[in-house]
Design a protein around this ligand. Structure first.
Ligand SMILES: Nc1ncnc2c1ncn2[C@@H]1O[C@H](COP(=O)(O)OP(=O)(O)O)[C@@H](O)[C@H]1O
Ligand SMILES: [Mg+2]
Length: 325
């Protein structure tokens, strides 16, 4: 899939606010791309726009295209998009209770998704549901299909939601903070599960998170977003060893590290600008320790900084930014 110069605005009491401002990136099959950034940077809106799920109003797409193979999803009718959603492209959310219906068993819900796209019988729908629950590691799956969402633990619900998202063998999965609400051991299990499912099914995964520890764990490539813009893209390993954007350096230094002697964590000074009051020039400029006059004069383009790497920083070549272990 290729997102090309995507622009999403929201109507606010201050006028139109651009919350996604010219975002472009690609994701291939069998690849896990992390979409990272502080809360409010536009990650969820970017993910929702792929499936045409940005609420409108108040949102609108003011530019850009989303290519899925040879089709432009932004030009597709709502009817055809519904045929793709949950089928070739699937999404999972942070809070399973918002996607699972409390009034139906999880088996019914998975079977229904499968039947809607495949037109199979109720019996084979239920068979698929049990197969999927088993695949995501829910013990005794043939019996658990009859459970209601509230009868499952948080981790098991998240697995059930993954099972539902994957029941039609999607080529692309958009996972929006899928483990943020879980405790760390369950989180580790779900991450392992997603990686092994990617290996098994060969799908591409957009992994949305604010947690760089999670990125280090699972992602091949990283897209860092700040205030609605991509500020850095890089293979994951290179991003950690040598960030090329001051914002990425800030995120890395705010990350807890094992064996760190000082008990304090660095944080990035200041806060994200409001979408209707973006600074001219570099949007991170007002918080950036390296900001100079040249950073404030106009929009900063994304530039190539190496093999498969880009950064939106005019000073990137002179700075020696600190990575993480
Ligand atoms: N339904 C909405 N109405 C108005 N503004 C919204 C809506 N959804 C998101 N936004 C705004 O868009 C920006 C990006 O939000 P979001 O994509 O949720 O960020 P992230 O997922 O990176 O935390 C935020 O400033 C948020 O307030
Ligand atoms: Mg979000």
């Amino acid at each position: 899939m290729r997102i090309d110069d995507l622009r999403i605005d929201f109507a606010t009491e201050h006028g139109w606010a651009d919350v996604v401002n010219g975002v472009s990136f690609e994701i291939g099959g069998n690849e896990i791309v992390g979409l990272v950034g502080e809360s409010g940077s536009g990650k969820t809106v970017t993910g929702l726009s792929v499936l045409g799920l940005v609420p409108s109003p108040p949102g609108r797409r003011s530019g850009g295209h989303i290519w899925f193979r040879d089709t432009d999803l932004t030009a597709m009718s709502p009817h055809r998009l519904r045929g793709i959603r949950g089928n070739e492209v699937s999404m999972i959310f942070q809070e399973p209770m918002t996607s699972l219906n409390p009034a139906f068993t999880i088996g019914d819900q998975i079977a229904e998704t499968y039947r809607r796209h495949r037109g199979v019988s109720r019996k084979s729908g239920m068979h698929r549901a049990a197969e999927m629950l088993d695949m995501v590691g829910i013990p005794n799956a043939t019996a658990r299909v009859r459970d209601y969402p509230h009868e499952l633990s948080g981790g098991m619900r998240q697995r059930a939601m993954i099972a539902m998202a994957l029941c039609c063998d999607p080529q692309l999965l958009i996972a929006d903070e899928p483990t943020t609400a879980l405790d760390v051991t369950v989180q580790a299990q779900i991450l392992d599960l997603l990686v092994s499912l990617r290996d098994e099914l060969g799908m591409g995964v957009i992994f949305i998170t604010h947690d760089l520890g999670v990125v280090a764990e699972v992602c091949d490539r990283v897209v860092v977003m700040y205030a609605g813009e991509v500020v850095e893209t890089s293979p994951a390993r290179d991003l950690f060893s040598r960030p090329r954007h001051p914002y990425t350096e800030g995120l890395l230094s705010a990350m807890p590290q094992l064996g760190s002697r000082s008990g304090r964590l660095a944080s990035i000074a200041g806060r994200t600008p409001e979408p209707w009051a973006m600074p001219t020039g570099c949007r991170f400029g007002p918080r950036c320790p390296y900001s100079e006059h040249e950073c404030t004069t106009g929009p900063i383009p994304l530039r190539s900084t190496g093999v498969d790497r880009q950064a939106r920083c005019v000073r990137t070549d002179e700075l020696d930014l600190r990575g993480a272990q």
